[in-house]
Design a protein around this ligand. Structure first.
Ligand SMILES: [Zn+2]
Ligand SMILES: [Zn+2]
Ligand SMILES: [Zn+2]
Ligand SMILES: [Zn+2]
Length: 433
């Protein structure tokens, strides 16, 4: 556990309402009360909960912070407590140090060095006591039945070692390639040839030997070239796997020649906002997008959220305060959101402008001009050399998320993300009482 203010350990007061803790150097108690506040009848209320309680009561009046109270809610201290340090985070965040498991599945021929998974464990290290962060790299080859069997055996051995801890979060990275035509995920080699395991069999052969138990409620990072996403059948199958294995969140990308290293800034912000501060992915999606301009130029980001998946972590702060219930922004059982970067002058509605004019063959000759009949939903470009024109129209039913720079404009945002969402409705439960 770490102090909400100074991010340090040491002697801590634990909040009686939420999982946060504050250290004795940051909330200072007069010497004569030090013994009194340790009494089992005295409850500590962290500054965050104090603030939230004030807001929840609906009154606009603020009240001084005493920190400790008895079972009637009467302050124990005669004078308000003094808070040292300043808060660097919103009052809803917490610093979690509960056990995390990071599994990195790497296709045998790929180099795992400097991978997003390795960076994740590196970034988590300072916040985790030594044994509450486990990182395992699994170099796999399940190209033949024989190899798949050997993989299953090594998974059993790994699971034997994992049993000791109850992980609050499991982060699973799958780093491989996919087949161009069918979008199958490559499982390994057969006679030096890359082979898939057949569409449906990849995850079934990878998550075996008991490791599938850890996939439940995990976040799955599918770092493969975009064929799997672009091919509707294989993408559908990926979603089915997310559902069947009860993965909570999955991220994947649609760039045909995908560079996994470009996801690193995205992963770094994910570590801070989601794994350390305890926010829900969907609450901080904007921060995650904002963090990686280079990735945005390279690939769309696809986020699959399985809202009815198994939950392995403790309720987050907002759930402590509002009672555990599904996040109100999601109504269905599975949400697939695709975020595609756009910029009015070079990425019209997420499309890449052709490098060369198809008419006169000049390069980079495009000039953005106002569209004559539909300036809101149409972007028009003309070739400065031959006046050949191309137009792009806004895809239907996509929402626009402005980027920070885009927001500054008084008009429609010039840059940001097009967000298209498909929601799978919840199974209607016919409960008769
Ligand atoms: Zn502190
Ligand atoms: Zn609290
Ligand atoms: Zn590839
Ligand atoms: Zn031209």
């Amino acid at each position: 556990k770490y102090c909400l203010f100074c991010w340090d350990g040491g002697a801590l007061y634990e909040c009686s309402i939420c999982p946060r803790t504050v250290c004795v150097n940051c909330v200072v108690i007069p010497a004569e009360f030090r013994e009194r506040v340790e009494h089992p009848d005295v409850h500590f209320v962290c500054p965050g909960c104090h603030e939230m309680r004030g807001k929840a009561s609906g009154s606009n009046t603020m009240s001084p912070y005493f920190g400790f109270e008895d079972h009637n809610g009467t302050p124990v201290l005669t004078d308000p407590a003094t808070i040292h340090g300043h808060i660097e985070m919103p009052s809803r965040s917490q610093i979690s140090s509960n056990p995390i498991l990071v599994l990195h599945f790497v296709l045998t021929s790929l180099d795992p060095l400097g991978s997003p998974a390795a960076i994740m464990q590196h970034k988590l290290r300072p916040y985790r006591p030594k044994d509450s962060l486990q990182f395992h790299e699994i170099i796999f080859d399940i190209g033949t039945d024989e190899k798949a069997e050997r993989h299953a055996e090594s998974m059993e051995i790994l699971v034997g070692r994992l049993k000791l801890l109850e992980y609050e979060r499991v982060e699973i990275f799958v780093y491989t390639h996919s087949e161009v035509e069918r979008g199958d995920i490559w499982g390994g080699y057969e006679d030096d040839e890359l082979v898939g395991r057949g569409r449906a069999k990849f995850f079934a052969a990878l998550f075996v030997g008991g490791i599938e138990e850890y996939v439940r409620g995990a976040t799955l990072w599918v770092l493969i070239c975009g064929h799997t996403v672009r091919q509707p059948d294989s993408f559908k199958l990926l979603q089915t796997c997310v559902k069947e294995y009860e993965v909570e969140h999955a991220f994947t990308f649609d760039a045909v020649l995908f560079h996994a290293c470009l996801t690193i800034p995205f992963v770094v912000i994910y570590v801070r906002r989601v794994l350390v501060e305890g926010f829900e992915v969907q609450e901080v999606m904007h921060d995650l997008l904002q963090a990686c301009p280079r990735l945005a130029m390279h690939s769309s980001i696809i986020h699959i959220h399985n809202t009815t998946a198994f939950r392995r972590r403790y309720p987050t702060l907002i759930e402590y305060h509002q009672g555990v219930k599904p996040i109100p922004t999601t109504t269905g059982s599975m949400t697939v959101s695709t975020y595609t970067y756009f910029h009015d002058s070079n990425r019209p509605f997420g499309n890449t402008l052709p490098y060369q004019c198809s008419h006169c063959k000049c390069v980079r000759s495009w000039k953005h001009v106002a569209s004559d009949h539909n300036p809101l939903n149409e972007r028009k470009f003309i070739c400065k050399s031959c006046c050949y024109a191309v137009t792009y129209t806004k895809p239907e039913q996509s929402k626009i998320i402005p980027s920070s720079q885009g927001q500054k404009s008084r008009h429609a945002p010039v840059s940001g993300w097009l967000m298209s969402v498909t929601i799978e409705p919840c199974m209607s439960e016919s409960v008769v009482v």
